[in-house]
Design a protein around this ligand. Structure first.
Ligand code: SF4
Length: 891
């Protein structure tokens, strides 16, 4: 944790748990009045403020503002929050480790000890996003998919192996072990954390984290506050800098009753997602409460928490109660840890039971669990829930929209003895930590498979089936229950321990099936137990994607089509030719509960997680580079040393005025981070495509921008390269082009930026409202600075992108007094001069002199959107990484 604060409010107390003693910061003893009805999640934030109150980043007023939320139930105050730890997956984790490696090199250049560069907060990186389902429905599918995974990702994995060895406080869970959020839930999370502070005393505090993956919220089910952030915030958090956030609104979701026979946690979460989307909870915390919690297993809570990004909330949290303790115990956490969680939660008023006062919320909504019915969601969005009984009808409706003629077609499949129709399910995947963390739905899938096999049912031959659990414990309990064999019989052999279909790594469909779909424009279906189903995400050939519980995934693999009503039509025939209905093979809630009790054992978790960092043979055999600094491979197209620290010395040079800057782009409202830094495919005729081909990478091996985030050469060429971005400097254009001025040649944005760099011309970007909206993406800011952009002048910023720009040393300015690019008549032919940059202060007025092509000029007053003194320090240092590097070098 590092240092605790100055404890001005004298709230530090001692907690005895068995023989152990912990200090903690008592909410009740801080003199803040009666805060007992503060939502659980805000108690966690309040404790964080209290523990870190240092008079600078966290003031007494910040502490009081969180407590005062009870009066207003909302707040506009920004606070500096310090999560206990950081969780990463490999897609987003590689660039973060690249930055740490670059900082080590820079530390050496500054004459310091590179080993000073280490995460200050514990960091865990789980390699889970890269395994693909190339092989399926065979006994060796797992092994063959893993071989391919290592073949494709050798460079990245060798780099992470070096990081695993080189950094303290940094652990890597190797490929083939599990999925980050499930590993977090089952092993890494502690609910209450403890560590020594600067006095050498052990301090207990709530387990909190940020993660570089949006579904970090899954651990909210365990009472752990956490959510997904972009890479720059995660790097800042791991280097001891606070995360800046508003004290949020908290929406209370009251649960009553219990699930009825035939419904699952998946049906529940699809219902919750639909309700919260309709309510509108973007940017808010959601907190669950009410009598329904008493009978809700923790695994179901985690499933609901997982989908917070789908319902739009920052998090979806459950308080700590006896079920939390049961889960911790049953997943092999020590008795001492469980005792600490109970004692701490009770001492801090964070314990939920019937006697606890009901929290107050900004707003509430309510669901009787008994009203939940078997459901799917699709065909395109997770919030579009449909009752199972209406699924066939809903598909028929969707088909009218998706296929021009609206009537189902049937086409032959070359070399096969079957044909394919619109609505046929070509992918059935038990995938995603959303559900594979939940033993009841996985055992239900196994029991349904067993019942189906007993009746002689089989999967349809056109269905690509896969099972990809988020931890190896799943294999243990399915095997113990005798249910992996019937799953195998229906094609649900283990395909990998990782994200697979959930992240779109469903692998290619069999050639003739893909051809039949492509050649005829068929609307094929997929049924998966994941959390996202946007068009194109799951497979390029599948347009109708449905989210459903694992047992329904198995049922649809047998039915083979979305056009069948599984509640009224038979799935198939038994060995005697009699029709078999879904209800005939659906396991009872009692059978599922018994299977969970009999087969999910604490010793399985202990055994599997006892060697979680060892990894498979392929991982162990990677040659690990020695050395405190990384030997960058000059030819690598995946990992390169970024130039952020080139020419850096101990004393930052004062920021200079920006004189006669040219606009690189003039953009409209709501430009997203994906417009600025796309994650998807790389076009062959783009600057990034040319770079890769120049490095002997053929187009088929381009991979995505997302997978190449460890190479700044690719990423800077991809900045503003989204095929949908519209630069008003080139009217009517779409894609990343601009005009190089003054002569006006139209060219790719990257090429223009490099031309300006050669000419020594600084750059600005001008845009409308909500600039940088969408998911937090560090490369949107990193790419901007690497192109030579010194300032971004807009009508308004999305909050996180603004702070990322400052974090990379780019000056964010906001038009004021109603001025916009339109009222000013800007077309990009102007030059911009910004003076006084060296003495800039947070939120001050900054005058921008705009000189037009005809030589006339005018002065426009803007607001400097460097908002805090900490941010000013980052800016003066050229960015947050440089600031931290100099601080550590000087320490
Ligand atoms: S399984 Fe899906 S939700 Fe879970 S970490 Fe992977 S991609 Fe994210």
């Amino acid at each position: 944790m590092g240092a605790t604060g100055q404890d001005t409010l004298k709230a530090r107390r001692t907690l005895s748990v068995g023989d152990a003693q912990y200090d903690y910061f008592s909410l009740a003893d801080a003199g803040l009045g009666d805060i007992s009805r503060l939502p659980f999640s805000l108690k966690v934030l309040l404790e964080n403020m209290l523990r870190h109150e240092d008079g600078r980043t966290v003031t007494i007023d910040d502490v009081k503002a969180v407590a005062a939320w009870l009066e207003t139930r909302s707040s506009t105050r920004e606070i500096a929050y310090r999560p206990a730890r950081v969780l990463m997956q490999d897609f987003t984790g590689v660039p973060a480790v690249v930055d740490l490696a670059a900082m080590r090199e820079a530390m050496t250049a500054l004459g310091g000890d590179p080993e000073r560069i280490n995460p200050l907060s514990p960091v865990d990186l789980v390699i889970d996003h890269s395994v693909m389902v190339d092989h399926y429905a065979s006994a060796d599918a797992l092994e063959r998919n893993m071989d391919l995974e290592f073949e494709r990702n050798g460079e990245r994995y060798a780099f992470l192996r070096w990081g695993q060895k080189a950094f303290d406080n940094f652990r890597v869970v190797p490929p083939g072990v599990g999925i980050c959020h499930q590993v977090n839930l089952e092993y890494l999370a502690r609910t209450v954390w403890s560590s020594e502070d600067q006095t050498g005393k052990m301090v207990a505090y709530p387990d909190t984290l940020v993660g570089t993956d949006s579904h970090t919220t899954m651990v909210n089910g365990l009472g752990v506050l956490g959510w997904g952030v972009g890479g720059i915030e995660a790097e800042a958090a791991m280097l001891g800098q606070p995360v800046s956030m508003l004290i949020p609104e908290v929406i209370g979701f009251k649960l009553t009753g219990s699930l009825k026979e035939g419904t699952t946690a998946t049906d529940l979460v699809l219902t919750v997602t639909q309700m919260l989307r309709a309510k509108g909870v973007v940017g808010k915390f959601v907190e669950y409460f009410g009598p329904g919690l008493a009978s809700m297993p923790l695994a179901d809570r985690a499933t609901i928490a997982n989908m917070a990004p789908e319902y739009g909330a920052t998090c979806g949290i459950f308080p700590i109660d006896s079920e939390t303790l049961r889960y911790l115990r049953d997943t092999g956490r020590s008795d001492e840890q469980v005792a600490l969680v109970e004692a701490y939660a009770k001492a801090q008023g964070m314990w939920r039971d019937d006697a606890a006062p009901e929290p107050v919320y900004t707003d509430t909504l309510e669901l009787d669990l008994g009203d939940v019915e078997p459901s799917l969601a699709g065909p395109r969005r997770p919030q579009d829930r449909i009752a199972l009984s209406g699924a066939a009808g809903a598909f028929a409706e969707a088909l009218k929209d998706m296929a021009a003629q609206g009537e189902p077609r049937t086409v032959p499949v070359e070399g096969a003895d079957y044909s394919l129709s619109d609505g046929d399910v070509v992918i059935a995947a038990i995938t995603s930590c959303t559900n594979t963390s939940n033993p009841s739905v996985l055992l239900a899938a196994g029991l349904l498979a067993k019942n189906a096999v007993a009746k002689g049912l089989t999967r349809k031959p056109w269905v690509k089936t896969s099972l990809a659990p988020g931890s190896q414990v799943v294999t243990d309990y399915l095997a113990k229950a005798g249910l992996q064999d019937p799953l195998n019989a229906l094609g649900f052999n283990i395909a990998g321990y990782g994200c697979t279909t959930c992240i779109g790594n469903s692998g290619p469909l069999d050639g003739p099936i893909a051809d039949a779909i492509d050649d005829n424009g068929l609307v094929a279906g997929a049924v998966l137990s994941g959390n996202r189903n946007f068009e194109g995400r799951i497979s390029p050939q599948v347009r109708a994607n449905y989210l459903a519980s694992p047992p329904l995934v198995v049922a649809y693999a047998i039915a083979g089509t979305m056009a069948k009503d599984l509640t009224t039509e038979p799935l198939g025939e038994d060995t005697d030719g009699n029709p078999v209905y879904l209800k005939d093979i659906w396991p009872s809630a009692h059978d599922v509960a018994e299977a969970v009790t009999a087969n999910v054992k604490a010793e399985m978790f202990n055994a599997r997680y006892g060697n979680v960092f060892d990894g498979p043979a392929q991982w162990k055999s990677i040659q690990v580079a020695e050395g405190k600094t990384y030997e960058w491979a000059p030819g690598s197209t995946y990992v390169q040393n970024p130039p952020y620290f080139e020419g850096m010395d101990m004393t930052p040079k004062p920021p200079t005025d920006i004189v006669n800057a040219r606009p690189l782009a003039v953009l409209a409202d709501s430009v997203t981070t994906d417009h600025i830094s796309p994650a998807g495919s790389i076009k062959g005729d783009s600057p990034a495509g040319h770079y890769l081909q120049g490095h002997q990478v053929p187009v088929r091996e381009f991979n995505s921008y997302g997978s190449r985030r460890g190479n700044h050469e690719v990423m800077m060429r991809g900045t503003f390269a989204n095929i949908r971005i519209k630069n008003e400097m080139v009217p009517g254009s779409e894609g990343g082009v601009t005009k190089h001025l003054p002569e006006g040649t139209v060219m790719p944005i990257y090429d223009a930026a490099m031309a300006y760099k050669g000419e020594g011309v600084p750059l600005v970007v001008v845009a409308g409202k909500e600039y940088g909206t969408g998911s937090s993406r560090d490369w949107a800011a990193k790419g901007t600075v690497l192109l030579g952009v010194k300032a971004v002048i807009v009508e308004s910023f999305e909050r996180i992108h603004r702070s990322n720009l400052v974090g990379m040393g780019v000056l964010p300015l906001q038009f004021k007094d109603g001025a916009t690019r339109k009222t000013l008549g800007l077309d990009g032919s102007e030059t911009f001069t910004i003076t006084g940059v060296a003495d800039i202060t947070p939120r001050q007025d900054v005058t921008v002199t705009i000189t037009r092509a005809d030589g006339s000029s005018e002065e426009v007053v803007t607001t400097c959107r460097i908002d805090t003194l900490d941010e000013l320090e980052y800016f003066r240092n050229g960015g947050i990484l440089q600031y931290v590097l100099r601080s550590l070098a000087a320490a």
